[in-house]
Design a protein around this ligand. Structure first.
Ligand code: MG
Length: 263
């Protein structure tokens, strides 16, 4: 009996500690040591593998994954007029030349987001001024015009000069070459997205333009389709993929080396 009493007496402190432990509020756990526990491999991914393509030997020429829209020969392969008939634009010295009164040319293919390369030349013989001098246009998805104009020593409204998003954004600089010299546009285009409302953009069209290699439009967003007169927002109508269009503005502007990469 005496031994038992001693044993219980010896256990008492432990029982007291255990009961105290139960009553003590839970201690907050140590915060996660982030990013100390990470390894380099956690931010290194190997899939999906990036598709390899063959870039051109000369910058400005099409890479292996480009769709060739015009290589200086047959225009009827990729282009047609607005009604789907063969265009009256002519191929001359490897260039596609606008013929006054024949209307636009448009691609048979339709596009959403893309990277476009196109070269153009205004007539070497300068006729007219302002908007009447070497005027054409590259219409992205048939609706949004990147202006083509002889803007070499040619004053016009700034949102209407070469490289403008017509009636919306003037180019950041005037990078025009002399009339009769070949020039290039490299255009990166993100098509608009639509939600429930078919008359409003969920996200607007976005455009970046390099003119002769110089950035002149830096990821600008558009309010609506290009209009000569009017409020672009009122003309928004839900659309999907649409052709690329070149404008007939009555001047014999020439185009060549047209290629596109769908994004
Ligand atoms: Mg135009």
């Amino acid at each position: 009996m005496k031994r038992l009493m001693i044993f219980v007496f010896m256990l008492a402190p432990f029982v007291a500690i255990l009961s105290q432990e139960r009553q003590r509020p839970a201690q907050p756990t140590e915060p996660q040591q982030y990013p100390a526990r990470m390894t380099p491999q956690m931010t290194e991914f190997f899939t999906p593998e990036v598709k390899a393509i063959q870039p051109a030997d000369v910058v400005g020429m099409p890479p292996s994954d480009a769709i060739i829209l015009f290589d200086g020969s047959d225009v009827n392969k990729e282009w047609e007029d607005r009604r789907g008939n063969p265009t009256k634009w002519i191929v001359q010295d490897g260039a596609l030349v606008c013929v006054k009164g024949s209307g636009v040319v448009q691609t048979k293919r339709k596009f959403n987001d893309f990277q476009l390369h196109i070269e153009w030349k205004s007539p070497s013989e300068v006729i007219g001024d302002g908007q009447g001098r070497g005027n054409s246009g590259v219409y992205l998805q048939s609706l949004y015009e990147v202006q083509v104009l002889d803007s070499y020593n040619n004053t016009t409204y700034i949102q209407g000069q070469a490289g403008s998003l017509y009636k919306r954004y003037a180019p950041l600089v005037n990078s025009c070459r002399k009339p009769g010299e070949w020039q290039s546009y490299d255009i990166i285009y993100t098509a608009p997205r639509f939600g429930e409302d078919s008359t409003k953009y969920f996200t607007p069209p976005r455009v970046t333009v390099l003119h002769n290699g110089v950035l002149i439009q830096n990821n600008v967003s558009l309010r609506g389709p290009t209009l000569y007169v009017g409020i672009p927002e009122y003309s928004i109508r839900k659309h999907g993929a649409l052709p690329l269009v070149l404008q007939d503005h009555g001047n014999p502007v020439a185009f060549r080396n047209i290629w596109i990469r769908e994004l």
